[in-house]
Design a protein around this ligand. Structure first.
Ligand code: 5AD
Length: 428
């Protein structure tokens, strides 16, 4: 589902006689623009509409418009005269060339609130220029919390004895997807689980086939390290994307935090997925033990050079009874800087605000992420009775979904088509 943006109608030009399409001039914070209105009755100057790209989709009340504008409002203005020249030059340079590693490090290292504001605001402008106000809301269904891995940071690691484990039945997974698509208007859903091999390759393939038979929806698989043959079969069965983080590009840190796994193997899998034509969502954790700012710069450059289609970066959040239980959480400020720099380097990538940022910053994290270059949100659609048991880390944030969903293009075929267009563009 795509988040539509409110704008005020300035004028309405009637279409050719008999045509349901009319041209509108609308005005929002970015100025005036022309959009098409398709079958919206009684439109007149002064009304508010919701639009996405160049199409107005429905009329809304002024109060509703104010509500969504407040959710998306960028932060206060910046006093550019107080910015240092070298910093401004880097922000300018990203428009014409790839930034050097040292420049990325310079941006990451700033703790000056005015520089951070300028960085986030620049990212927000680049997002607007490249993707317009095409915000998307995607869903995630966590269908099993069993995991054979022992990742040091994760509450679902095999050794976590206190977790109440669950597995959703294939039919239950299909029904949860169908519900989200039919009743709530979702167009892209991530199916996530621990590395749980009780779901055989055949089962995952069958689940995908069943979903694709029943629903018009993009499915992203996030089922961990399985053979490339499994990923190939899932792609053929209709999976469009994968959500598969490399977690850190620092090989030694990776190998320490993932006993029995290897960074090289992880990257080989990612490459294989890309070659199969998957839309690749990948990224890393911020605040891992031993990770330096330079490592974070390398993580960002890894995403850029690998060519991820969706950037997924979040702060580490400590989870009790894991080896990293007492390690401090990753910084929200660093997460926002990484989000912004990712946007500078990857102007057209999809960048969701991650739940981990929302967890350490609540609703503010969501708003800050969206005004720092991010352009989508990922809402949790796991059935209530399982939700609390998917404890990657504690107190995972869920909030205000209903208000946000209200502005999605619920049940509109148009938003599926727009998303399809965006996804295809990712491959040109
Ligand atoms: N804090 C933040 N993110 C975590 N993940 C796992 N454990 C944690 C944690 N404690 C992330 C990993 C994984 C994704 C599914 O969840 O990056 O890829």
């Amino acid at each position: 589902m795509c988040l539509t943006i409110p704008a005020k109608v300035v004028s309405v030009e009637e279409g050719l006689s008999g045509s349901p399409i009319r041209n509108l001039i609308v005005e929002d914070s970015k100025g005036r623009k022309e959009v098409k209105a398709l079958m919206i009755d009684d439109l007149k100057a002064g009304d508010w509409v919701l639009y996405s790209f160049d199409t107005a989709v429905r009329k809304i009340g002024a109060d509703d418009a104010r509500e969504i504008l407040e959710l998306l409002e960028p932060r206060a203005g910046i006093d550019v005269t107080r910015l240092k020249t070298d910093f401004v030059n880097i922000l300018k340079a990203c428009h014409t060339r790839m930034l050097e590693r040292e420049e990325v490090i310079r941006l990451l290292k700033t703790s000056d609130p005015i520089e951070i504001k300028a960085l986030c605001s620049e990212a927000n402008t680049i997002r607007q220029a490249n993707l317009k106000d095409f915000f998307c809301i995607h869903g995630i269904i966590e269908f099993s919390n069993h995991c054979v891995r022992e990742c040091h940071y994760c509450g679902l690691r095999r050794g976590s004895r206190d977790v109440t484990r669950y597995r959703m039945e294939p039919q239950e997974i299909v029904a949860a997807v169908a519900d989200a698509v039919d009743k709530r208007g979702y167009k892209l859903i991530v199916l996530q689980s621990g590395d749980d091999f009780l779901y055989t390759d055949d089962m995952l393939v069958d689940i995908l086939k069943e979903i694709k038979k029943r629903c018009q929806v993009f499915i992203f698989m996030s089922v961990g390290e399985r053979g490339l043959d499994c990923y190939k079969r899932m792609r053929e069965a209709g999976a469009s994307g994968v959500l598969f983080r490399f977690e850190t590009s620092h090989e030694a840190i990776y190998n320490t935090l993932h006993p029995g796994q290897s960074f090289r193997q992880r990257v080989e899998l990612l490459k294989g997925m890309k070659e199969m034509g998957y839309y690749v969502a990948s990224g890393f954790l911020i605040g891992l033990p031993g990770q330096t700012v330079e490592d974070i710069a390398d993580d960002i450059l890894f995403m850029k050079f690998f060519g991820v289609n969706m950037v997924t970066v979040g702060p580490f959040v400590p989870c009790e009874k894991t080896p990293l239980a007492t390690h401090p959480h990753g910084s929200a400020e660093m997460t926002l800087k990484v989000t912004a720099i990712s946007r500078l380097l990857m102007p057209r990538a999809k960048i969701p605000v991650t739940t981990a940022l929302e967890t350490i910053e609540s609703e503010e994290g969501r708003r800050l992420g969206l005004s720092s270059g991010a352009n989508s949100l990922m809402f949790n659609l796991t059935p209530e009775r399982y939700r609390d048991d998917y404890r990657i880390y504690p107190n995972k944030y869920h909030g205000n979904e209903a208000i946000w969903e209200k502005y999605g293009l619920s049940k509109e075929i148009l938003s599926y088509k727009m998303l399809e267009k965006k996804m295809l563009e990712a491959f040109v």
